[in-house]
Design a protein around this ligand. Structure first.
Ligand code: SF4
Ligand code: SF4
Ligand code: FES
Length: 238
């Protein structure tokens, strides 16, 4: 028989909150209207904790924890907003901008980009790190979509949507570190993929302008997220 999840009481900033033991700090914060910046996380897909934007301080824990993958515990005391966290989040954003070629003025996602929006929110007005200026390929072989590796922040949202929701498993990740790359099938051109159903779910979840529909700017194309609660329903989560 399925056991009902226990309720935990915790403090997030100045708020005394309650959450179920199967909820993350991010879930409970959102339920209590406490904003924690996120990038790789999107409701409806598995949380992977890869971008580190949602780092929080937890009393008694020496390292910073990712709110999207840390489950709540009894008596937990969480700080979501401090000078230290602000500096870390800014640094993470700057590293994203330095790693690949994010030139907002010529990007299809200009003004509908989550990376750009976070940079504005957190006051990133210059980059303190040397730009890598990687010259990466653009795969435009698919009939409908384009994958521009220059703008990819390696959040894996597209990979998770393709695998967890569409079940096609077309997308994957190759290599490590700065050489990471989203690939289709066994690193064939996307247009030659035999598994892609052209559903467009990857396009809809990409937070930046790395995957987009041909002939449309991201600002023009409507981002459809109605398929995202599917996984939550299938798992019987609340
Ligand atoms: S269009 Fe659909 S099937 Fe094809 S790569 Fe994107 S999510 Fe996967
Ligand atoms: S293509 Fe978009 S969704 Fe996929 S990993 Fe890159 S930034 Fe994330
Ligand atoms: S949103 Fe939590 S690590 Fe990316």
């Amino acid at each position: 028989m399925r056991r009902e999840p226990r309720v935990k009481t915790l403090r997030i900033d100045d708020c005394d909150c309650a959450g179920r033991e199967d909820q993350t700090v991010l879930d409970v914060a959102r339920e209590n209207n406490i904003r924690i910046p996120t990038l790789c996380q999107i409701n409806g897909l598995t949380n992977v904790g890869s971008c580190r934007m949602c780092l929080v301080e937890v009393k008694g824990v020496p390292k910073l924890l990712t709110a999207c993958t840390t489950m709540v515990w009894e008596g937990m005391k969480v700080v979501t907003n401090s000078e230290r966290l602000h500096e870390y989040r800014k640094m993470i954003l700057e590293l994203f901008f330095a790693e690949r070629n994010h030139i907002c003025a010529i990007c299809v996602a200009n003004r509908s980009c989550e990376l750009q929006a976070l940079a504005l929110e957190l006051g990133v007005d210059h980059i303190r790190y040397p730009y890598l200026y990687q010259a990466l390929e653009i795969d435009s072989t698919h009939d409908k979509f384009v994958l521009d590796h220059n703008r990819c922040i390696l959040c894996t949202r597209c990979i998770r949507a393709c695998s967890e929701i569409e079940g096609a498993n077309t997308l994957g990740m190759m290599r490590r570190g700065v050489n990471d790359k989203v690939i289709t099938d066994l690193n064939q051109p996307w247009g030659e993929s035999r598994t892609c159903t052209s559903c467009g779910k990857c396009v809809n979840v990409c937070p930046v302008g790395a995957i987009y529909e041909k002939g449309l700017s991201r600002t023009e194309s409507r981002r459809e997220h109605t398929f995202l609660p599917y996984l939550t329903i299938m798992r019987g989560e609340r």
